[in-house]
Structures are given as structure tokens and as C-alpha cells.
Design a protein around this ligand. Sequence first.
Ligand code: HEC
Ligand SMILES: [Cu+2]
Length: 351
Amino acid sequence: MRHVLVSVVQVGALLSAALYHLDALGAEAPSREADALAAASTPLAYFLRSKGPAAQPVIYLGWTLATICVLVCAIIAGMLLIGMFRRRKQPDARALVSEGGLPLVFVGSLLSTIALFGIAVYMLSVLAEVADPPNAPELTVAVTAYDWWWKVDYGEGGSHFSTANELHIPSGVPVLVLLKSADVIHAFWVPDLSGKTQTIPGITNRQWIQADHPGIFRGQCTQYCGVQHAHMAFEVYAQPQPDYDRWYAAQMRAARAPSTAQAIRGRKLFEERCAGCHTVRGSKAAGVQAPDLTHVLSRRLLAAGSVINTPENLIDWIQHAQEIKPGTLMPDMKLAPAEASDLSAYLATLK
Ligand code: HEC
Ligand SMILES: [Cu+2]
């Protein structure tokens, strides 16, 4: 009786927790939390939909496996119940042989073997199906995972530029993503567009993605990589080719020199305090350990999906990075109020 009571209480607690979370999703999200907003649209629901050919076979596989597992559980539970209601009065170890039940054991084992073998073949065929794109990728992008953000490199040599936590692709065509790591093992995952692929130091892995239609698709690091692993998100922007080309051309450009006195003071401050880690092309800042900020204003989110990119959040992040993303490799930057507004004025030019 006590067990039943305890279970009832546990189920009740679970239900109320679930209701609380459902409720929180519908409620007004706290302004700073980009995650809360994203959660409302279930961006990681890889079971519900796919938006490209590299993810489609994986969805079918998931549903098939889930169906088989549910069926197996239901059949076993049913047989257990039958066994319970039809059990003999006296246990008799020989009954299995003497009453002819043994063949059923062989039939059961054979069925399980066939099922498991079938599943293995199906899984391997899905792996083969998603290994290569249907036609040769027109675009190759290099993505490097850092603790706890993503660097994205486009082009080579003179036409190279780098951005962070945003992967722009033309819609409707396969894109090859070369995956590297700067520190530990991470994993690249855009549930709507493809399965998971690890990024391993010293190795370049390959994953192709294709978005059938324009849209924004959330990605997430999916291999535990340290304290801020959960805040290591990114977004894939699939755009019609002309929009993509416009974005590309804009990102290629170096930053314009600031024109107001305040913004010029801001750039000086940036070159003194931030350039050890960050780059702004067109200025003296050329650090390589942190996101390239040449066009930071063009990004929707900051710090790998931690906050929405607004002028307030931007300066808030710079001064309180350790509060917003504890343990992140960017220190809290101590700025006097005048310095903060100079810096804001400069950052506002990095469109
Ligand atoms: C010690 C190195 C270091 C210094 C100094 C530093 N940063 Fe950072 N910064 C980082 C790292 C690392 C990240 C990535 C943090 C993350 O997402 O976890 C980052 C992220 C950012 C971002 C978010 C970029 C994006 O695309 O999401 C901004 C904006 C930023 N820094 C601005 C500044 C400014 C302005 C200064 C100087 C006042 C500064 N940083 C100084 C290392 C540094
Ligand atoms: Cu990671």
C-alpha cells in the first residue's frame, strides 16, 4: 500500500513539473533568454519533421525503430499477463519439455534474431544513404568547434572570411561542411537537416546538409564538452541564392572606418582591450581565439545562442559575460560608463 502511495505522489510530481514547463513555454519569455524563445518552437524535435534529404531517412529510421520497440514491449507484456493468469498451481521444471513448449522458445529466439538482423541491415543502409549527397555539393564551408562557440569559415585566400555561430547556405542545394575542433570533442547537429557528426581535434570530418526550403534551423553541440556545452548552439540560415549572395558580399567587406568621434574612441578602446582575442577586419584587431566581430551586428544571437543580439544585450554581455554564460572563455570586461558608451557607438558601426 505504501508503495502505491509513493508512486501516486511521484507521478503527481512529474505531472505538475511537466505542466509547469508547458506553462512556462507559453508565458512571456524573459527578454535576455534566447533559449526560452527557441524552446517554444521545439527546434530539436528531430522526431517530428525533417527539412532536408540528409535528415529524411533518419526520421523514418527513428519511427520504425520506435514502432518495433513498442511492439516488442507490448507483445512481451501481453505474454507475461497471459502467463500470470494461466500459471499452474504447482511449479514444475519439466513442464516446458514434457508439455511441448520448447519449440516456442526456438521460434521466439529465431524471430528476435531475424528482427535484430533486419534492423542492423536497415540502419546500415540508412548510414550509406546519408553518407553522400545526391549531387556534388556546390559549396564547402569549414566549421570549427571551440569551447563554447562555432567558428564558420567561408572561401579561401583573398576571398576568405569568418563568422560565428551562424551558417548561411543557399536553399535547395547540398552543402559540404568540413568539421574541425580547436580543443575537445564536440558534435555538430542540426536536427532538421542531418544526423550528428563529431568534431575531433586533429581530424577533419565531413557532413553534408541541404535545406529544401528557406528557413532558420537551430543547431546544437551534442557531445558534452564542458560547463557551457548547453549554450553551444548555432543557427543555419537557408536563403534563396540571391539573398545568400547578398549576405556573402556583405560579409566579405571589411568593417567601415567609424566616422563619429565617439565611435573612433570606441575603436581605440576595442583595439586596446579586445584585440588580443577578437578580429575586426579593417582595424588593428586581429585576435584569433574568439569570434570575428567584423559584422557582429548582422547576427541574430550572441554567444552561441545565449542571448538575442540587441544593443542592450550586447553591452551587457561584454560587461557580464561570466554572469550570462558562467565559465565562458571571455572575461567580464570592466568598463567605465563613458567607455561603455564609446564602445557601444563603435560596435553599432559593425553592421
Ligand atoms: C580573453 C579573450 C577575450 C577578450 C579579451 C574579449 N573577448 Fe569577447 N569573446 C571571447 C570569447 C572566447 C567569446 C566566445 C564566448 C562564447 O560564446 O562562449 C567572446 C564573445 C564575444 C562576443 C559575442 C560574439 C558572437 O558572435 O556571439 C562579443 C560581442 C564580444 N566577445 C565582444 C568583446 C569585446 C567588445 C571585448 C573587449 C571589450 C571582448 N569581447 C574581449 C574572448 C574574449
Ligand atoms: Cu561542444
